[in-house]
Design a protein around this ligand. Structure first.
Ligand SMILES: NC(=O)N[C@@H](CC(=O)O)C(=O)O
Ligand SMILES: [Zn+2]
Ligand SMILES: [Zn+2]
Length: 405
């Protein structure tokens, strides 16, 4: 059996130890082995069967990844979706855009307890909580957040920009500066949904305009504030991140923005399950994102933005924004890195850059992917309704073989 191990030796220099184990012994693997391109699904199925019979399935072992941008919702939805994230990820940054939003430490602590109460037994999954920034968040709440040890970041939703953002910030520079200064002082990062909510700005330009009118001035006013640009979608965002000092601005990138361009919303008809915010962009932007995450830069890390919406609320005259990817996300990221011939960079993106930016330890457990095809269900039937995942009905090249807690 061929095994590709991509363990980081957790040193300052983050050096890789890469081995290919075969039944005959160890040898270094060549690029040809890890850059095999995805074949058509039937071929993949046949290939994986053949490989299994000849005992040559590729295995890829990495440090257990974390999801640095996740929506778990609450109530019935929570208990349905938590196992999907917990089976792949060790930790996740839990988004606070509930109804009502998680605006206080007390609410965040209670929400964390509800998440823990629905974890599968023997799960080592750790929810990392966030506060939802509003015009009336106080500096006292920020101090409490830091002291709690439960809240690790504060999330900015410009009011009206996305799902459940109605209670978000209406005027960052006039309403939130003392709070942002306190966050910088306390070392609490600001996570941003980086789009202006101004309906007069073209929807495809809202990220770029947010960078120009909000982010650029903000980093000049409070350079010590660490910021994560969540779910970046454009070359403009990559250029902004690249131009920032290391450790100050980072970005999460979703599987959909790495694999799909805006044509995917309109292939043969309207595709509501490919609709999320920020909306998918042109191919040149997708390519810039792939180059950024596979470059080896420590500024980018995994954040699925997995966002469950019940099927009927997406297949509607005014469908919700959000794509559900939790159960297949790691396989999708593996596809991105493999197609770019950069599988050896997946581990840093999925498992190292995030904790390093958040100043948290890297995980000590591992997960093993195998090059065995996986059929994505057409939908998940949960107690509260059906959810259609990203790539529903498609076949992916990688699946999860095993993980350690
Ligand atoms: N990404 C989305 O399209 N939707 C997210 C909200 C968000 O992350 O903007 C959701 O909560 O459904
Ligand atoms: Zn968002
Ligand atoms: Zn989100």
């Amino acid at each position: 059996m061929e095994v590709i191990q991509l363990h980081h030796i957790c040193s300052l220099h983050c050096s890789f130890r890469r081995h290919l184990e075969t039944q005959k012994g160890r040898r270094h693997f060549g690029k040809s082995i890890i850059s095999l391109r995805a074949a058509q699904s039937t071929e993949v199925l046949k290939k994986s069967q053949d490989d299994r019979m000849s005992n040559k399935t590729q295995l890829l072992t990495i440090i257990r990844p974390d999801d640095w941008h996740l929506h778990l919702r609450d109530g019935d939805v929570l208990s349905s979706v938590v196992p999907h994230s917990a089976s792949t990820f060790k930790r996740a940054i839990i988004m606070p855009n509930l109804k009502p939003p998680v605006t206080t430490v007390t609410q965040a602590v209670a929400y964390r307890e509800r998440i823990l109460s629905v974890l599968p037994s023997n799960s080592g999954f750790e929810p990392l909580m966030t506060l939802y920034l509003t015009d009336s968040t106080t500096t006292e709440e920020i101090k409490l957040a830091k002291r709690s040890g439960v809240v690790v970041a504060v999330k900015l939703y410009p009011a009206g920009a996305t799902t459940n953002s109605q209670a978000g910030v209406t005027d960052l520079f006039n309403k939130c500066m003392p709070v942002l200064e306190e966050m910088a002082a306390q070392g609490l990062p600001l996570l941003v949904h980086g789009e202006v909510a101004d309906s007069s700005v073209d929807i495809f330009d809202r990220e770029r305009v947010f960078i120009e009118t909000v982010l650029s001035p903000l980093v000049k006013l409070i350079p010590q504030l660490r910021i994560v640009m969540e779910h970046i979608t454009t070359k403009d965002a990559v250029e902004f991140v690249e131009s920032s000092p290391n450790g100050s601005i980072a970005a999460t990138v979703t599987p959909q923005h790495l694999l799909l361009n805006r044509n995917a919303i309109f292939t043969g008809g309207i595709r509501p399950h490919n609709y999320c915010l920020p909306v998918l962009k042109r191919e040149k932007h997708r390519q810039a994102l792939v180059s950024a995450v596979t470059s080896g830069s420590a500024k980018y890390f995994l954040g699925t933005d997995s966002a469950p919406h019940e099927r009927n609320t997406k297949e509607a005259s005014c469908g919700c924004a959000g794509i559900y990817s939790a159960p297949i996300a790691l396989a999708l990221y593996a596809r991105v890195f493999e197609q770019a011939g950069a599988l050896e960079k997946l581990e840093a993106f999925a498992s190292c850059n995030g904790p390093d930016f958040y100043r948290l330890p890297r995980n000590t457990s591992t997960i093993t992917l195998e090059k065995v095809s996986m059929n994505v269900p057409f939908e998940y039937s949960f107690g509260f309704g059906k959810v259609v995942p990203m790539c529903a009905g498609e076949t992916l090249e990688w699946s999860i073989a095993s993980s350690s807690v």
